[in-house]
Design a protein around this ligand. Structure first.
Ligand SMILES: Cc1cc2nc3c(=O)[nH]c(=O)nc-3n(C[C@H](O)[C@H](O)[C@H](O)COP(=O)(O)OP(=O)(O)OC[C@H]3O[C@@H](n4cnc5c(N)ncnc54)[C@H](O)[C@@H]3O)c2cc1C
Length: 316
């Protein structure tokens, strides 16, 4: 049986959903799955429930170093004789996977939206040219290393042994993270939220984003996103920007409000499962990719939509 190593991210014992999705993708291939997690032994039951046959916990000295993490994870890949190493295409996954691949003399397939690991030659699907083309790529690298776009693969409940193994981190320490200044304030990240409510220049000013915050709060599991025009104007932080020079999102539902639908914005959201566009211009390009379109003034539509979402949710 082949083995796949999955890099798992956790924070205070909570496993990130995107990591559970990567576990699900690995498990779907029928392989033996080894989850590698830095710290957080307590995550083993959750990882076992989602398909981890083995959970390798790397115990460090409290200091964080991407070089060392990559070195240690690559060592696990070698020890396990894995044919693939997967991670979420999160900031951390994007940072670590090229380093892991370099350690393994391999290459990276980044931001994949499809995988086929069942045959002798792994295949990956990923959007090219801002999502205008969908490429299927084959790998003949010694170890197939890939990052997976969040919200694209489903987590699976596939109870497995979850054998817990603890390994001390190695001494390899070149770059050290001295401190991390969290600016998100505990908010849901647009990359991981199942619902994203994004606003563009049509929102007219930063004060009106309260309307989007209210809609997001009504959904309960939503993050607020923004177009670049809005971020450049200083209305919203860059961490919320969706698009070619922002974040790529793939939520279950993407609501674009007062966003024209420039190609650079579409590059970041066109793989969303359901797209709703609200724009007063019926010819706005965003409607070409929208599943549902509302031609109207955002300032009239948003309060009505928020009330409707609240009403539906209160009936559950
Ligand atoms: C190299 C490069 C990279 C880029 N990267 C990105 C990126 O990552 N993300 C990104 O978003 N853009 C990016 N851009 C910019 C992009 O080309 C557009 O300029 C930008 O997306 C436009 O933002 P917008 O849709 O908010 O504004 P606009 O294009 O000004 O559109 C505003 C829309 O709001 C509508 N509207 C106005 N009033 C209302 C109302 N009351 N109710 C409802 N609708 C209303 C209008 O009809 C219009 O369609 C990039 C550009 C370049 C050159």
């Amino acid at each position: 049986m082949t083995t796949i190593v999955v890099l798992v991210e956790q924070s205070q014992g909570n496993v990130r959903r995107a990591s559970l999705e990567a576990l699900g993708a690995a498990k779907s291939s029928g392989a033996r799955v080894v989850a590698v997690v830095e710290g957080g032994e307590g995550t083993a039951p959750v990882l076992a429930k989602h398909g981890a046959d083995r959970v390798v916990v790397l115990k460090g000295d409290g200091r964080s170093s991407p070089d060392r993490s990559a070195h240690d994870i690559a060592a696990v890949v070698r020890e396990e004789g894995a044919k693939a190493c997967l991670a979420a295409a999160s900031s951390n996954g994007k940072q670590l996977m090229p380093r892991i691949a370099a350690e393994l003399d391999s290459t990276v397939f980044s931001d994949c939206t499809g995988l086929d690991l069942s045959g002798a030659t792994p295949k990956a699907v990923r959007p090219w040219l801002a999502g205008k083309l969908i490429a299927t790529l084959e790998s003949n690298a010694p170890v197939f290393c890939a990052t997976l776009r969040p919200n694209t693969f489903a987590p699976r409940e596939a109870p497995a042994a979850g054998e817990l193994v603890t390994k001390p981190s190695s001494a390899a320490l070149r770059a050290l993270v001295a401190s991390i200044d969290a600016k998100g304030g505990g908010k849901l990240d647009v990359k991981e939220a199942p619902v994203v409510v994004s606003g563009g220049r049509g929102m007219k000013g930063p004060e009106h984003f309260a309307l989007l915050e209210e809609l997001a709060a009504a959904f309960g599991n939503a993050a607020v996103g923004a177009s670049r025009a809005v971020v450049d104007a200083g209305w919203r932080p860059h961490s919320e920007q969706v698009g070619q020079t922002g974040k790529t999102v793939s939520p279950q539902l993407y609501v674009a409000v007062g966003i024209s639908g420039a190609i650079q914005h579409l590059a970041g959201m066109r793989t969303s499962k359901v797209i709703v566009a609200i724009n007063k211009d019926a010819d706005a390009p965003i409607f070409k990719v929208a599943d549902y379109g509302i031609v109207g003034d955002a300032f009239e539509v948003l309060p009505a939509l928020t009330a409707a979402v609240k009403a539906v949710r209160s009936q559950r």
